[in-house]
Ligand binder design. Sequence first.
Ligand code: FAD
Length: 659
Amino acid sequence: MQESKVDVLIIGAGPAGYMAASWFARIGINARIIDKRSTKIFVGQADGLQPRVLEVFQSFGFGDRPLKDASIGYEACFYEPDANGKIHRVGRKPEGVVGISRFHGSVIHQGRIETWLTDFIDEWSNGKMKVERPILPETLEIDESQISNPDAYPVTVGVKKLADNDAEPEQYGSKIENGLFRQFDWDQDRNGAVPAESREIIHAKYVLGCDGAHSWVRSQIGINVEGETTDYVWGVLDIVPITDFPDIRKRCSIHSASDGSIMVIPREAGLVRLYIQLKKTEHIPETRSAEERENDQKQGKTAGPRVDRSKITPEAILETARKIFAPYTLDVAETQWFTAYQIGQRVAAKFQKLERVFIAGDACHTHSPKAGQGMNVSMMDTYNLAWKIGHVLNGLAKPDILSTYEQERRKVAQDLIEYDFKLSRLFSGKPGEISTDAFREVIDNGAAFATGCSVNYDGSIIINKPEGTDSTIPYNSPLAKNVPIGMRFADAKVVSQCDGRPWYLNDRIPSDGRWRIILFPSDFKTNVSLNNQLLDIGAYLESSDSFIKRYTPPTEKIDSIIEVLLVHASSIDVVEWDDFPHAFRPRYQDRRMDYWKIYADSESLREISGQAYEKYGIDRKVGALLVLRPDGYVASVTAPNTEGVSQVAAFFDRFLIPL
Ligand code: FAD
C-alpha cells in the first residue's frame, strides 16, 4: 500500500475545493485535491456569480473571463396575475445594487467557472496540482497528541482509487443530464460495491472537507447539521427557449394566480434557466425508523417525507412552466439539464475539528439555490480559510488565526440561511398570501447581502475593531468614514504617480498572499507638518525596527510579506517623485526601481477619476493608514502618523511570527 505526506489534503473538487486549491497554488503550498467523481461537471448545478466573487476572480487575474463569456444581469422584472388571472409585468428594477461593485452579477455554467480555476491552478502550480479522480476516502483519523506540533502530520486519511466507470453520474435513462449528479451517495447507491483499486494512506497537516452537502468529512469528525427541510419542491430546467414572453433575457420573478411561481435566469449561449415551483410531487414510501430519520437529519439529509425525484421528468416540469407563463407561450429548442430539489436550510454546528480538519461550502451550509448563493458562499469560505492555513504552514503566523475561520464564516452561513428562509417562503407563497411589496422588500433588503459585498467580519486577532462593537452594523473609524473595518476594501479610481495611468486601486492589490498597508498621507504637499508626518513614516518603515523588517526574511524582497502603497491627495502637478520616502519607491536587490506603489487621488488627464478620498470618507487634510488582509478585508484603520504606525506594529505583533 502506498503511503505519502502532504501539507494539505482537499477532499472534494467543487467550487469550495477549487477555490482552496487556487489559493494554495497561488501561494505555493504543498496541497493535493481529490474527488470521488471521474470527471468535472459539464452541465447543470450552479450558474450565478455574485459581484464579490467576481472581484476575487479579478484579484486572481482572471476577472476578464466572466466578462467575456457570462450573461451579465442589468435588469430584473416582476410579474403578477391581473384581474383576469393572466400574468403581466408589474415592475422593473436594476439587477443587484447599483454602485456597490464595478462587477455585475453574472451567470454561466459552474463547469466553466471550474475551468477558469483549473487553468489558474495549473499556471501557479506549474501543472503540478491536478484534481486526482476518481478517489474515494475511506478512513480519517486525527492524532490528537500531535496537533500542537507544527512539523507533524496529525491527520491520516485512507483513500482508494476507483475505476472510472464506477464513478460516473447516475442517469434517468434519458440523454438529458439530471441533478442526481452531485447527490450520488456512493455506498448507499452502489451497495458498497467497489472495484479493484489501489489504496493509499495520506498523512496530512490539514484536511479540508469540501465534499458537498452530504459531506463524508463532516460525518467523520462528528459534526451535526442544524435545520430542516420544507415541503416546497422546485424543478430546474436549463433550456434554449422559444417564447413570446417579452422579458426572457431579463431576470424575472413570476407569480401566477394558481399554478405556482417561476424564476427566469438568462444564461450564456442563449440558454435560460427556469426555477419552477412544482405543486404535485410523489414521495418515497417511508422505511426508516425514527432513529434513522433523526440520524439522517444530523447528517444533513431529510428526516421528513422524501420527494421521489425519479418521478420528476423534464416534460412534467415544462408542462408546469407553460401554465405559469400563460398567456405567453413556451417551447423548447433544446433542454440541456434538469433537476428537482426540496427546499431546506441547514448549517453545520461547527466548521472544524481541532483546527486541523475543516469543512467548507455545502458541507457547512445548504439552502435553496434560488438566491444564487451556494457556489459563491462556498468559494468565499475557502477564500477566507486557505490563506490563513498558508500563513501558518509558511511559519508567518501563529495557528491562533485559524479560529477566525469558523468565527467569520459561520456567521455568514447563518445570515445566508436566514435570508434564504425568507426568500424561499416568499417565492413559494401565492400572490394572494404575499404582497408584491413584501416580496420586493425582501429582495431589496437582501440585495446587498446577495452581492457578497456586505459581509462584515467581527473583531478578532486579525480584525482590529474596538471590543464590544455591534457586529450587525458596519463599524468605521472616523478617519475613514466609508471604510468599514471587517468588510472588503471597496474600489476607487486613482492615478499612478509615475506615468499618469488611471487604475482601479484594487487592481494594484492582487490576491497573492501579502498584507497591504495603504497610506493616505492627505494633501501633504500643502502643509509642512503633514509632509513631516509622511517623512517620519518613511523613516520608520526603512529603519531596522520597522514591522516590515521584523517579518520579512532579508533574502526576500522587502514587499514580499507586507506591501506598502500610498495614495496622496495633492495635485500631481505640484508633487515630484523624489518627494516620497524610499519606502514607497523601493529599489530591489537588482537595483530596479518599483514605480507602482505611489498613486494620486487626482484628475487623470485622460478620464474621470479623483474622488478616492471622498469615496473612502477620508479627510484630504488629515489622511489615514489602512491595513488590508491578504483576502482584501480591512483589518485596521489608524492615523497617518508615527502613533498610527505603532498601533499597526502592535496589531501585527498579535499574530505574525517575527524572524
Ligand atoms: P459541491 O459543488 O457539491 O462539490 C462537492 C464535491 O465533492 C463534488 O465534486 C463531489 O463529487 C465531491 N465529493 C463528495 N463526496 C466526496 C467524497 N466522499 N470523497 C471525495 N469527493 C467527494 N449556487 C450559486 O452560488 N449560484 C447558483 O446559481 C446556484 N444554482 C444552483 C442550482 C442548482 C440546481 C443546485 C442544485 C445548486 C445551485 N447552487 C448555486 C448551489 C451550488 O451548486 C453549491 O452550493 C455549490 O456547488 C457548493 O460547492 P461545494 O464545493 O461546497 O460542493
